[in-house]
Design a protein around this ligand. Structure first.
Ligand code: NAD
Length: 469
């Protein structure tokens, strides 16, 4: 069982250069991260290639047993991992935040370990017998973002290892310690070479996505970087799973109960202080209940404490970094300048230590306002009034991205009809953004391709091979 101090010791840099990682809530030093380069990546890929031979030849049951032990190791050090995550990422310990994220890592790993993936018999008619098997790919490369650094890494690591691959992970430059610590804990039980973390910059990411010995890249991050990875992976024809940016719409139908849905609307939009790929980022509300929804949502939002993550009372934290803080601040300022109505927030305190942007709700805003049309990825929600269902569907579907969306109604059948007309990889009804280790998740349009989680997610980490007799 690790403590925060022993964890930081375990991941102390051994590289020639290292850099300070600062707490986005306080500016205090959290720890030091190694600065790995392309040569470190090449060495990691060579070790992963070697280790994959023995790991890939183990049975599913043998691999599962080891992965369950890795999940036990995460549970044993869960509090230390959460304490580190809070300090580096900023998210509070409580609420759907750091402790929740570490718990999710264990849950996803256990689910991947428990899933069965039998060969599929696709034809057996006496004349032909054909089966589809899923063989290991080899070495997988993973690149992740800074918003859910541990959870998203485990989404990449768990199915990769389960399917007999080894993996090299390149975390975001903003949150390397969280991923290094998660791997260090798992590596207490994993055989050497299976899981390695290379804490490098974009150059290392670019090398990873063009590396000849890497067979697949799992990427979660922005659409712009996803496109760069498609290009750099082309020459080696790598398999790709791309979980990219989103700008999820939620549509509240006129029969919804504003008071009943306000809490779930709030967390759909503000989970992880709005820094979530599939968060509710544009809320469309029918004119009949528009003022009531605005009122109820404001009441809920006002009651949610924001502050330093290690204070047990807080459920909202800072924006993780200055660049993202500026994006949110500029989008809200542009909305205010356009004459939109501020229901709450919108006025960051220039004297405030840390990148705290207040919980912000903006009403009476046009659909083409940048706060609606662009991904804010922070604690500011635009609420757009609509009158006509066809028109609001056109608006909701009008962007190039399609990760998640939601429909809110007292009539589930009606909500399903609307859901079928939304262009998104997932449509939630009367909730937004919840993921589950057995339910496939992935985007459409420019939110990416490939599915994660469940059996579909395991298949994405294997190469299909048909045996035809
Ligand atoms: P980002 O694209 O800036 O960075 C993600 C990772 O890519 C980092 O590790 C970075 O070092 C690396 N990278 C940058 N340039 C690269 C290159 N040319 N080649 C290879 N790697 C490169 O994203 P971010 O700012 O860290 O994360 C925020 C974005 O991620 C948002 O758009 C959000 O919607 C998206 N996101 C999507 C999901 C999802 O599941 N769809 C989940 C979380 C975040």
């Amino acid at each position: 069982m690790e403590t925060l101090e022993t964890l930081l010791e375990a991941i102390a840099p051994t590289t020639a250069t290292s850099r300070e990682i600062l707490n986005p809530a306080t500016g205090e030093i959290v720890g030091h991260a190694p600065v790995h380069g392309v040569a470190d990546l090449d060495a990691a890929v060579a070790a992963a290639t070697q280790a994959q031979v023995a790991w890939g030849s183990k049975s599913h049951a043998e691999r599962s047993e080891i992965l369950v032990r890795a999940a036990d190791a995460i549970d044993a050090s869960a509090e230390a991992l959460a304490q580190l995550l809070t300090r580096e990422q900023g998210k509070p310990l409580n609420g759907p935040n750091a402790r929740f994220e570490v718990g999710g890592c264990s849950a996803w790993l256990r689910t991947a370990a428990a899933l069965e993936l039998e060969p599929e018999v696709v034809v057996d008619d006496g004349e032909n017998h054909a089966e589809v098997h899923y063989r290991p790919i080899g070495v997988v490369g993973a690149i992740g973002p800074w918003n859910w650094p541990m959870m998203i890494s485990i989404w990449q690591i768990a199915p990769s290892l389960r399917m007999g691959n080894t993996i090299v992970v390149k975390p975001s430059e903003y949150t390397p310690l969280s991923v290094l610590a998660l791997a260090a804990v798992m590596n207490q039980v994993l055989p050497a070479g299976l899981l390695q973390v290379v804490a490098g910059d974009r150059e290392v990411g670019a090398r990873l996505s063009s590396h000849p010995a890497i067979g697949k890249v799992m990427f979660t991050g922005s659409t712009a970087t996803g496109k760069a990875i498609i290009r750099s992976s082309a020459d080696t024809v790598k398999r790709l799973t791309l979980e990219l940016g989103g700008n999820d719409a939620g549509i509240v139908l006129p029969d919804a109960d504003p008071k009943a849905i306000a809490g779930d609307l709030f967390w759909g939009a503000f989970i992880n202080t709005g820094q979530t790929c599939a968060a509710l980022k544009r809320l469309y509300v029918h004119e009949d209940i528009y003022e009531d929804v605005c009122h109820e949502l404001t009441l809920v939002a006002k009651a949610m404490p924001m502050g330093v993550g290690t204070d047990e009372a807080n459920v909202l934290g800072p924006v993780q970094n200055k660049a993202q803080f500026d994006i949110v601040a500029n989008l809200v300022q542009a909305a205010k300048d356009s004459g939109a109505r501020v229901l709450l927030g919108g006025d960051p305190d220039p004297e405030q230590k840390g990148y705290f942007y207040p919980t912000t709700l903006i009403a009476d805003i046009d659909n083409d306002n940048p706060l609606v049309a662009e991904e804010q990825f922070g604690p500011a929600l635009p609420i757009i009034k609509y009158t006509d269902l066809d028109e609001v569907l056109t608006q909701a579907n009008g962007l190039e991205v399609g990760l998640g969306s939601s429909v809110w109604s007292s009539d589930k059948a009606k909500a399903r009809e609307v859901a079928a007309r939304l262009e998104a990889g997932t449509v939630w009804i009367n909730k937004h953004g919840g993921v589950h280790p057995l339910i496939p998740f992935g985007g459409i349009k420019q939110s990416g391709y490939g599915l994660e989680f469940g059996v579909a997610g395991l298949k994405a980490l294997g190469v299909p091979q048909v045996i035809s007799a």
